[in-house]
Design a protein around this ligand. Structure first.
Ligand SMILES: [Zn+2]
Length: 457
């Protein structure tokens, strides 16, 4: 079937009126989604108006219950899964996930649409209410419209249209709304994956409607290593620093090496994966944070010119810590990524008097890439060609997203990200999603589901 795909796509694209190539039943599904234009808009607006800001994890329960209460009367079995004991979970801010499953006409494979319900803080620079979901020029504006409540709404509408169509659909459709993706997903997809929600035999294909664009299929992501490096010094009076040994000075030497040696080297390492934007087709290192010496205060001087109570006391820093965010490409491996940083630190230890360090892993995920001929990729590509009349492009993400848990913990390889919206708008002020994109992506999701469940070839 994989070998036949390019020929089929070419034929469809060349036929101009791609709808002609579709059976009356399929055309009816597409027409049904077209008729749900106002509904997908209203659903996106409702979701955006629930301010699920992370951190701290506000209104998760309200959002999860909204999704569950919508899907239950439509024939879904709805489960709420609170990530008890997971980081961030508390009675005040429960990490509540929702998983809804609709069983088709016979047993078969399951297509799962997973969306995170959390959004990042609104920040400044908005020209309208970030949680107002205002409509202007064919777009819905608000925090989470693009990342990714628009995608969630599109997947719900796609599944509802399929169910209402009455077509015999073998297998099952699932929709989940999960928490904390923006902060690693450990209480969301990570928690569910550990409990079998993203593994066979329950689930076979996962589509994550992140805002990658209606004609792009995201196959995976680069790897990441988060680590903390500490340099050590010796405390002394700040007026006589020569009696101590400053951990901050030692850190400065390390950072100098990162800047002059490692970062230039990383820029030379190119990946063959189609990472977007192309600037991320190399390895990168971001120095996420640095802290040395006393805890920082907001120092101030009062009206007399005297320091207020929060004033520093004079000490030589005996510890300095930096957090490193190292993104690596498929051509590298995690051990080597860590080792080259350890080698630099060892070199400093040999050459710099008094230099001592500690290094600690914080978190890591290896790169992932679903093969282009995997069924979920193939079905989505064909659906894009049918709905939009053009070939999809295949991309990879610079940063990780919940696919990492599905692949690593769920051991499910058939996973992609596909959804409406422009990635660059994610986390920005005046974030929006186009209404046409919502409708188009819902159509693509519906057709891909028909193919994957075996309802349509
Ligand atoms: Zn997202």
């Amino acid at each position: 079937m994989e070998n036949a795909r390019p020929a089929l796509e070419t034929k469809l694209i060349n036929s101009k009126t791609t709808a002609e190539a579709l059976s009356p039943q399929i055309q009816a599904v597409l027409a049904r989604i077209e008729a749900k234009r106002d509904e997908v808009v209203a659903l996106t607006q409702d979701l955006v108006r629930i301010p699920t800001v992370n951190p701290p994890g506000d209104a998760y329960e309200a959002c999860a219950r909204y999704i569950g209460e919508r899907l239950k009367p439509r024939g879904f079995a709805v489960e709420y899964v609170r990530a008890l004991g997971a980081p961030g979970d508390s009675d005040a801010k429960p990490r509540l996930n929702v998983v809804a499953r609709w069983q088709g006409s016979s047993s078969g494979e399951c297509v799962h649409f997973n969306s995170h319900i959390d959004v990042v803080e609104a920040g400044s620079g908005w020209t309208s209410d970030p949680f107002g979901a205002e409509i202007r020029d064919g777009k819905i504006f608000g925090r989470g419209t693009c990342d990714m409540k628009g995608g969630l709404a599109a997947s719900i509408i796609a599944c509802e249209a399929l169910i209402e169509s009455g077509l015999p659909i073998p297998g099952a459709l699932e929709i989940s709304g999960t928490v904390d993706e923006e902060s690693g997903g450990f209480a969301g997809v990570g928690y569910l994956a550990e409990r079998g929600y993203f593994s066979k035999p329950r689930v076979h294909y996962v589509i994550i409607p992140e805002p990658l664009g209606v004609d792009r299929i995201c196959l995976g992501h680069r790897g990441v290593w988060w680590g903390e490096v500490e340099t050590k010094g010796r405390i002394a009076h700040g007026s006589m620093p020569f009696l101590g040994d400053s951990a901050i000075n030692h850190m400065s030497a390390f950072i100098h090496l990162l800047e002059t040696q490692l970062q230039p080297r990383l820029k030379q390492r190119h990946t063959s994966e189609p990472v977007e934007p192309p600037g991320a087709r190399v390895s990168t290192l971001n120095i996420n944070s640095i802290h040395g010496g006393q805890v920082e205060q907001h120092y101030a001087i009062d009206a007399r010119g005297w320091p207020t109570a929060d004033s520093p006391s004079p000490v030589v820093a005996h510890s300095c810590r930096t957090v490193l965010d190292r993104r690596f490409i498929a051509e590298e491996n995690l051990e080597a990524v860590k080792q080259e940083i350890i080698d630099m630190l060892d070199e400093l230890k040999r050459t710099r008097p008094g230099f001592d360090f500690g290094i600690r892993d914080i978190m890591s995920f290896v790169p992932t890439a679903t093969p282009r001929d995997a069924p979920v990729v193939d079905a989505t590509a064909r659906a894009i060609a049918r709905v939009l009349g053009r070939e999809p492009s295949y991309i990879s993400s610079p940063g990780t997203y919940d696919q990492k848990h599905i692949v690593r913990t769920g051991k499910l390889k058939d996973c992609i990200a596909y959804g409406p919206g422009i990635l660059d708008l994610a986390h920005q002020p005046n974030e929006y999603v186009g209404i046409q994109e919502l409708v188009d992506s819902a159509k693509v999701m519906a057709l891909a589901s028909l193919t994957l469940t075996g309802a349509m070839r």
